[in-house]
Design a binder for this molecule. Structure first.
Ligand SMILES: C[S@@+](CC[C@H](N)C(=O)[O-])C[C@H]1O[C@@H](n2cnc3c(N)ncnc32)[C@H](O)[C@@H]1O
Length: 479
């Protein structure tokens, strides 16, 4: 039996984490499971809202099983409950209770991403119900995108490049800046306000040549952001952009963008997970479901039968809460009730997982133009590991690099892992932030991919807020 204790730091810091390990092993050893084909994995799931039960079983191929524990929550279970949970988790794939919302799919195809998209499309309904703005659930309680000092630093660096290009008569007339995933527009406003002030002092009239493009897939979010920068409206355009495929809308920008700015977006894009277990590579497949009690409670809330829930959830995801209350008034009398249904479903939503053998890394497509071959040095040959593929982030990143002017850069504040070793010692998602999904981003993989395309990637801690988990990625063409 293998035992993989991942939350290394927590084991040092938390007596509760250490105290949970003994009873967990006791419960596993007392179970009737074949210990020879069992892997025990312990995580510390720091997200209070997440997709996992405290104890879950996962088939590994056709013969083996992994049982996973969340040390944070297992500490609260008495031995009897723990043993019952272990028994349930090991009861086999044919005997999984609950209401499945989808077939088994890869992580990036899960319906959790439809929920994520709905959150950004119908944000105001959600915020009205919670009385909280989305920013309050980001790391630190507000977005680092508003940090004026960070914006000034970037702008002054741009002025330096533009002055040099102007001296060589090589500065284009239009100076393009692109922001992807604009949220409430705070970053754009901070950035443009600072730009105007610094430009007045600098005296080169760059502001009048500026074209600030705001891209987001949510028209609702774009509207909000547009209002936040109404006083810069002549310099700003808002575009509906799918961040994972920027070239579809932004091809006209190829070779022109001096800065592509992205914050707290990559951790919000769809991703698969792959794992190496005993020298074999597996794809993690998932299935979203509601536990029996939760499904019964939500069905009562909607005055519907449990077997009608899946259809109603699908309808909610397709048309949103407002239209749902018009289409199904017998279930949700008004938009407020439809939002309450949405929130209850999201809170209860869980993912089960299984490991399915992967044919070969070269036949696995990370994005339409990138195969899994590039993962080989990160995932193979160094023991068991499970990692994010960050498919959405990679699609976005590789689609963005060609948009850069030769002196341009991508700057991205986000939750990046900066070494693949970290996957062996911690949990990096998925978790839930209010109504959206969060997964840390596989930084070494982005670095590798950029390097093959002639770009250097640097990771630095977000200087303006020491101690935060946010890391800044800067990507530029190598000289
Ligand atoms: C967490 S918010 C970050 C907002 C802002 N950049 C900040 O730091 O406060 C994520 C933003 O990314 C957008 N977004 C998420 N997935 C997207 C996708 N696939 N394509 C385009 N925009 C996306 C959301 O609509 C939202 O505006």
């Amino acid at each position: 039996m293998d035992v993989d204790l991942r939350p290394v730091r927590k084991l040092r810091e938390s007596a509760a984490a250490r105290a949970a390990v003994g009873p967990i092993l006791e419960a596993v050893c007392a179970s009737p499971a074949d210990l020879a084909s069992l892997r025990v994995v312990c995580d510390w799931i720091q997200y209070k809202q997440n997709f996992r039960e405290p104890v879950v079983g996962r088939p590994v191929g056709d013969t083996d099983t992994e049982i996973a524990f969340d040390l944070r929550r297992c500490g609260d279970l008495d031995p009897e409950h723990l043993a019952a949970r272990v028994k349930q988790a090991l009861s086999g794939p044919g005997d999984q209770p609950g209401v499945a919302l989808e077939p088994w799919v890869t992580g990036r195809d899960s319906c959790i991403w439809r929920f994520n998209q709905l959150y950004w499309q119908a944000l105001s309904g959600w915020e009205q119900a919670t009385g909280r703005e989305y920013e309050q659930s980001l790391p630190g309680g507000e977005s680092d995108a508003r940090n004026a000092e960070a914006a000034r630093e970037l702008i002054l660096e741009l002025f330096r490049i533009w002055d040099e290009l102007a001296a060589r008569r090589a500065l284009p007339e239009e100076l393009y800046i692109l922001e992807l995933g604009v949220g409430n527009g705070s970053q754009a406003r901070t950035w443009l306000d600072e730009f105007l002030q610094l430009d007045r002092r600098h005296g080169r009239e760059y502001y009048h040549r500026l074209r600030y493009l705001m891209g987001d897939y949510s028209p609702h979010v774009l509207d909000r952001a547009r209002q936040a920068v109404a006083h810069h409206s002549e310099r700003v355009s808002a575009l509906v952009v799918e961040a994972t495929r920027p070239s579809v809308t932004l091809g006209f920008l190829a070779g022109k963008a001096f800065l592509v700015y992205i914050s707290n977006v990559y951790d919000n894009l769809p991703t698969d997970e792959l794992a190496s277990i005993h020298g074999r590579t597996y794809q993690v497949e998932t299935q979203a479901y509601l536990a029996e009690d939760d499904a019964d409670r939500i069905a009562r809330q909607l005055s519907c039968r449990r077997d009608e829930l899946v259809t109603l959830i699908d309808r909610l995801l397709r048309i949103g809460p407002e239209l749902l209350s018009e289409a199904s008034p017998g279930n949700c009398a008004d938009p407020g009730q439809a939002v309450a249904f949405w929130q209850a479903t999201w809170e209860a939503l869980r993912l089960r997982e299984r490991y399915v053998p992967l044919e070969g890394l070269d036949s696995y497509q990370i994005t339409p133009t990138l195969t899994g071959e590039i993962l080989r040095p990160l995932i193979e040959g160094d023991g068991d590991v499970r990692m994010h593929v960050s498919n959405g982030a990679l699609g976005s990143f590789t689609g963005t690099l060609p948009l850069l002017h030769p002196y341009g850069r991508v700057q991205c504040h986000d939750l990046f892992l900066t070494s693949s070793q970290q996957y062996r010692t911690g949990f990096y998602g998925p978790g839930k932030y209010d109504g959206s999904v969060v997964n840390w981003v596989n930084g070494p993989l982005l670095q590798l991919v950029a390097s093959r395309r002639g770009f250097g990637v640097e990771y630095t801690p977000f200087r303006q807020r020491p101690g935060s988990n946010i890391t800044t990625l800067t990507a530029q063409a190598r000289d």
